[in-house]
Design a protein. Structure first.
Length: 243
């Protein structure tokens, strides 16, 4: 697919990076869709007055990010756009919907279970106490993005909640539970056999992890979650300021 980009040769920003950023923006805003083929290095170079090594470096940046893939005999194709999520007390479903994405959900488990020691400590209940357990795979554009596990007190979520069509936090809001603060930890892990199968990656592939305990207006713990995200299609963003 042919797109025109603007190169500022007076800018201190390298030309390869300018091109890479504009290609990435085209993927994120939908001008380039998954499966689209981009022009050859030579065609892009000639159209914009760039050298082929400059174009090659720009494309390799996006290959390294998992946004493009080179296929012998086919060319360079768009894989998917990476989900960038600002750190905040929001759900992945809400964030995707606000970004005009197409989130869907596969519910694996929704049941009543006994809280183990870790869940009991997070939710401030007795070990073995009954809690709701919810396990899902979140997809975006039909591609698996996250494996999500949530535990909640029995009284904050009805047994008939329909998670295929709505995010967890929207369900909580609909039942009168307002989340106000959360403690969250972000890390990384290697995909287990089951995670690899659910997320469509190889065993041992890098995954981002998030562990969160969320509290309502009264300071009560109403959610404990452990999520795993595909590292090739997901990232967290935050803004840092000097104190």
């Amino acid at each position: 697919m042919s797109l025109d980009f603007s190169m500022d040769r007076s800018s201190p920003v390298p030309l390869y990076y300018q091109l890479s950023q504009q290609l990435e923006a085209a993927i994120e805003d939908g001008r380039l869709q998954p499966g689209d083929r981009i022009d050859t290095e030579l065609a892009i170079a000639e159209r914009h007055g760039l050298s082929r090594p400059t174009v090659r470096q720009a494309i390799q940046e996006l290959v390294n990010k998992g946004l493009l893939v080179r296929r012998r005999g086919v060319g360079t194709q768009v894989v998917h756009s990476q989900v960038r999520r600002q750190l905040g007390l929001t759900s992945l479903y809400d964030d995707l919907s606000r970004g005009n994405r197409r989130p869907t959900t596969e519910v694996l488990v929704f049941e009543t279970t006994g809280a183990d020691a870790q869940v009991a400590a997070a939710l401030q209940v007795q070990e073995g106490a009954e809690v709701r357990y919810l396990e899902r795979v979140r997809l975006e554009g039909g591609e698996p993005l996250a494996h999500m596990r949530n535990w909640l007190p029995m009284d904050v979520l009805g047994a008939d909640a329909a998670f295929e069509s709505m995010g967890l936090y929207e369900h909580l809001r609909s039942t009168g539970t307002q989340l106000r603060v959360a403690r969250q930890r972000i890390g990384a892990t290697a995909a287990s056999v089951r995670e690899a199968r659910l997320l469509g990656v190889r065993k041992g592939a890098p995954l981002l992890t998030m562990e969160r305990t969320a509290y309502d207006e009264g300071g009560r713990a109403v959610e404990y979650a452990t999520h795993a995200y595909r590292a090739d299609s997901y990232s967290f963003e935050t803004t840092l300021t000097d104190r």
